[in-house]
Design a protein. Sequence first.
Length: 374
Amino acid sequence: MAKGEPVAEDKLEDDLSEASMTRRRKIEHIEICLDEDVQCRRSSMYEHIGLIHNALPEIDKDKIDLTTNFLGLRAHAPLVIAAMTGGHPKTYEINRKLAGAAEELRIPIGVGSQRAAVEDPSLADTFRVVREAAPSVPVIANIGATHVDVAPDAVEMIDADILAIHLNPLQEAVQPEGDCNSEGVLDNISSIVDSVEVPVIVKETGAGISGEVAQSLESVGIDAIDVGGVGGTSWAAVEYFRAVKEDDDLKAQLGLDFWSWGIPTALSVIMVRDATELDVIATGGIRNGLDVAKSLSLGAMAAGIAHPLLRPAAMGSTLDVVVEVERILEGLKIAMYLTGCSRVDDLAERPLILSGELIDALNSLDIDFKKIAG
Ligand SMILES: Cc1cc2nc3c(=O)[nH]c(=O)nc-3n(C[C@H](O)[C@H](O)[C@H](O)COP(=O)(O)O)c2cc1C
């Protein structure tokens, strides 16, 4: 079969192996994310953060430098194309276009969970295409915390620079076939850290990471946290739509009940930064350059974006993905210009105006908001 060529649907339907189920779930997730509204009904809390306008910026916008140190690697901007896909023949083209855009813009890119390719190596091409199309940017491998033995293989499969371990207990809890045994996950992460030679990021997938969890993760030697907070794609929502299709009324109701469960992205960035020295990526509901600028001003090293790039990659071209990312980067540059920041690190030095629910949350967590507002 040629690379990326779809396998016959009837063959998929007949094949009930675990690998086939994982593969089928992957494509269902993509279809639901394209067809349904799966966004959280709570915000990422960025609306409660204000940057202070500088009417005398005294810098040249054209000279703004977005270059970023991304875990020791160079990126042309502090924006990551977050893990989305791979593992089904139809995802080959999506990954090729996302990676082509990452290469053109010289920004880091993550692949989706490599579990399917570990179970069925014939699917490895759907991940390898990312390294092939993006030879000169940081590429991030992706596995779950239970896949301890396969971590080095996942890194090698795509010649990755970094490994991400995803956490998704919310999704497992509301998924019709979910696995809710999380015993020993921290030990697994510790073993994975010991088994690979690349930096390790632990990422949530839409429900955020608290300060306490971040401290536990820091204690086992990970390098960075991608908070994957509330405000963007909701995996309870995605699983709600799968449960409806499968006539699973209980799981559908639970998907509705937990649709917006978790820690909003901005709050999660603050909690992790307050509790640890780890590098932080702000993902979850990042929708424009202003959200990226606010993330950096909270001390994140970069922001990540997933869902808004899915449609251009699935229905459009590499250029369509590039255009969407460029819109975000232009917004970031404008925010930097209007705050007088010529380098990304300058944003962390700028004072902020915090308000509303975010202050209430910080007060109730006993985090000094004045320290953050600077
Ligand atoms: C279609 C789709 C598939 C995803 N698959 C994965 C995955 O396999 N592994 C992972 O770590 N995160 C996965 N994510 C989560 C994203 O990396 C990100 O954390 C989350 O979608 C929040 O970002 P957003 O609001 O910009 O979409 C996926 C997201 C989407 C939209």
